[in-house]
Design a protein around this ligand. Structure first.
Ligand code: ADP
Ligand code: MG
Length: 241
């Protein structure tokens, strides 16, 4: 779950960024839309506990992130949150398997080889475990980064522009993968994007496959100007962005 109230952030020397309120129940999907520069990545960074808000309230996976020390936020993030960044940050010198193993080390958690194999298999990339990132296609590298994000069964999964620079087929695959992975893990999913294709793709994929219920879908629009933005609202069937 994610709950925000009057959330604000200020880059040094910049104008304050003020965000609409969000209430995202556990297991729901939030489409965070808005033009480039409207604050999507900043909002994700706050929700991930990477940066502290300048003001307001922020609760993620049952934890208030306001006033938390950076080390406490780091420990909380490692246990509760998966992040698929726009730039994937895979270590080029390490194999796919070791990139995932590194995530356990970074979190100070005992390595779980079986869980790494399980995630690689679930994402269809188990045969790539011994490759280096330079030997992967863009889509394969994104799957590795997604495996890393869900490795420790996060309650909340954040994806920043996951369809950027992907063609239509690859964008559909990326959205489907995020949705099926978060649903099978019971995680709340947030996709931040300025890509108009994603709302339609999310709806098309939200059919409740494998006997599961379709996830509740919300959309929040950010804007540089107050009047053209809105807080988290339910996405209605057939609505585009
Ligand atoms: P989006 O992800 O929607 O493109 P961002 O969250 O990256 O938007 O940026 C929101 C605003 O904050 C923009 O005006 C951007 O220029 C500014 N900004 C982003 N990062 C920094 C930074 N590190 N320092 C100063 N300003 C920044
Ligand atoms: Mg961004």
């Amino acid at each position: 779950m994610i709950r925000t109230r009057s959330l604000a952030f200020c880059y040094s020397g910049g104008q304050p960024l003020c965000f609409p309120d969000a209430d995202v129940p556990q297991g729901a999907v939030l489409l965070l839309s808005g033009a480039s520069g409207s604050g999507k990545s900043t909002w994700l960074s706050m929700v991930a506990g990477l940066v502290a808000p300048a003001g307001g309230q922020l609760e993620v996976a049952g934890q208030s992130l306001v006033g938390l020390s950076q080390s406490a936020a780091d420990a909380w993030r490692a246990r509760n949150l998966g992040f698929l960044p726009q730039r994937l940050h895979l270590s080029p010198a390490l194999t796919v398997f070791d990139n995932l193993a590194l995530a356990y080390w970074a979190a100070g958690v005992t390595l779980d080889r079986a869980r790494i194999q399980e995630c690689l298999t679930a994402l269809g990339i188990h045969d790539l475990a011994q490759r280096k990132p330079a030997q992967l296609s863009g889509g394969q590298a994104q799957r590795v980064a997604l495996a890393r994000a869900v490795l420790q069964r996060p309650q909340v999964l954040l994806a920043d522009e996951p369809s950027a620079s992907l063609d239509d087929d690859a964008a559909r695959d990326a959205v489907a993968l995020l949705q099926s992975t978060s649903q099978s893990e019971g995680a709340t999913l947030v996709i931040a994007t300025h890509d108009h294709r994603v709302a339609a793709l999310l709806q098309a994929e939200n059919t409740g496959k494998n006997g599961t219920q379709p996830a509740q879908m919300l959309r929040m629009q950010l804007s540089k100007t107050e009047h053209s933005r809105f807080g988290a609202q339910a996405i209605k069937q057939g609505e585009g962005v």
